[in-house]
Design a protein around this ligand. Structure first.
Ligand SMILES: NC(=O)c1ccc[n+]([C@@H]2O[C@H](COP(=O)([O-])OP(=O)(O)OC[C@H]3O[C@@H](n4cnc5c(N)ncnc54)[C@H](OP(=O)(O)O)[C@@H]3O)[C@@H](O)[C@H]2O)c1
Length: 316
């Protein structure tokens, strides 16, 4: 099987199967990382208002367009609406703010970052478990704002992130414009197969975040050992002359059929993570990686477990 370079949305547009993640990429380093990624062949950059570095990402995009390396239409740029702005009338101003920082006229994909909303004045990461900080806005109201953003041409496509099955279903039952994508955690430790299956049945592409298991968090309480540190995965890599990260990213795209968003600010890793299109894993190898699933998330946002829209109480 050929490793797909893109996946097709339910609106006919395409999303590159690998994008550079930018969460936790420091403002002083992310401009160079995005330039290195574009030079390495990436055409998809995953951003968010919350990451606080969209202006630096925008500088890199502007430079690469000015240098003639890419045209705007060659790129696929995602941004996300943060939780303080879930009321319908706040969505368009917030996408405009991201566009201003990114120095773009449109994003290719705009996502609701999390299903739970906070009051605007509560700040971006309100005090743990304080219901006073939570917004009452319903996710279908936020979705109406997203539809408006697409209708105004500010986003080519719209979708959701961290939505569970019931929340996706709620949007599907209420929407004028169907979500094209659900961006959720997927890595071999947490392969999220049931949600991926549900999204596929409903023609929604899944983009997998923390595809490498957020390597930098390993060692913190509760964070499982990323599969790229499994010696057996290193052995599998040797068979194909690939690194463990390349094996895992290839597995996620081909075997699970999802988009991957590995983050790195290290040039050699940025190049390494993109060099995944020229091999096909044997069944015994994908079976092994399947067997490493332990259903443990890296990204729990457990502080907000008492919010009415917290997504991870349901099985999927
Ligand atoms: N929608 C959401 O709620 C949400 C949540 C989390 C993440 N995301 C998106 O998904 C992206 C990826 O997730 P993530 O950053 O949490 O985790 P990740 O991509 O699984 O892991 C990133 C870590 O892995 C390291 N790394 C990268 N390539 C490597 C390689 N080939 N070998 C060894 N280590 C490697 C990076 O180090 P260096 O940078 O130092 O090279 C960084 O420490 C984010 O950046 C963001 O765009 C979205």
């Amino acid at each position: 099987m050929v490793v797909p370079k893109t996946f097709k949305f339910n609106n006919g547009k395409e999303i590159p199967s690998i994008g550079l993640g930018t969460f936790n990429s420091p403002p002083g380093q992310v401009t160079q990382a995005v330039k290195d990624a574009i030079d390495a062949g990436y055409r998809h950059i995953d951003c968010a208002w919350y990451y606080g570095n969209e202006a630096e990402v925008g500088q890199a995009i502007e430079t690469k367009i000015k240098e003639g390396v890419v045209k705007r239409e060659d790129l696929f740029i995602t941004s996300k609406l943060w939780c303080n702005y879930h009321e319908k009338e706040k969505v368009v101003p917030m996408i405009k703010d991201s566009l201003k920082n990114l120095k773009l006229e449109y994003v290719d994909l705009y996502l609701i970052h999390w299903p739970f909303g906070f009051k605007e004045e509560a700040g971006p990461w309100p005090n743990e478990g304080n219901p006073e900080s939570y917004s009452d806005a319903d996710i279908t109201e936020t979705w109406e704002g997203m539809e408006e953003a697409q209708e105004l041409g500010l986003a080519k496509s719209i979708g959701v992130s961290n939505f569970n099955k019931a929340q996706v279903e709620k949007i599907l039952n209420a929407c004028k414009i169907k979500p094209v994508c659900n961006q959720v955690e997927v890595n071999p430790n947490f392969n999220n197969k049931k949600l991926i299956e549900y999204c596929k049945e409903n023609d929604i592409i899944v983009a997998g975040y923390c595809p490498l298991g957020r390597v930098d968090s390993y060692g913190k309480p509760r964070i499982p050992k990323p599969t790229i540190f499994d010696p057996k995965v290193a052995e599998i890599g040797k068979k194909y002359n690939k690194t463990p990260a390349q094996v895992v990213l290839n597995y996620l795209i081909t075997t699970l059929g999802i988009v991957v968003l590995p983050k790195s600010v290290t040039k050699s890793r940025i190049i390494e993570n993109f060099d995944i299109f020229d091999f096909q894993l044997d069944k015994e190898d994908t079976d092994y990686i399947d067997s490493t699933n332990i259903n443990v998330r890296v990204c729990l946002a457990a502080y907000f477990g008492n919010h009415k829209d917290y997504p991870f109480h349901d099985e999927y």
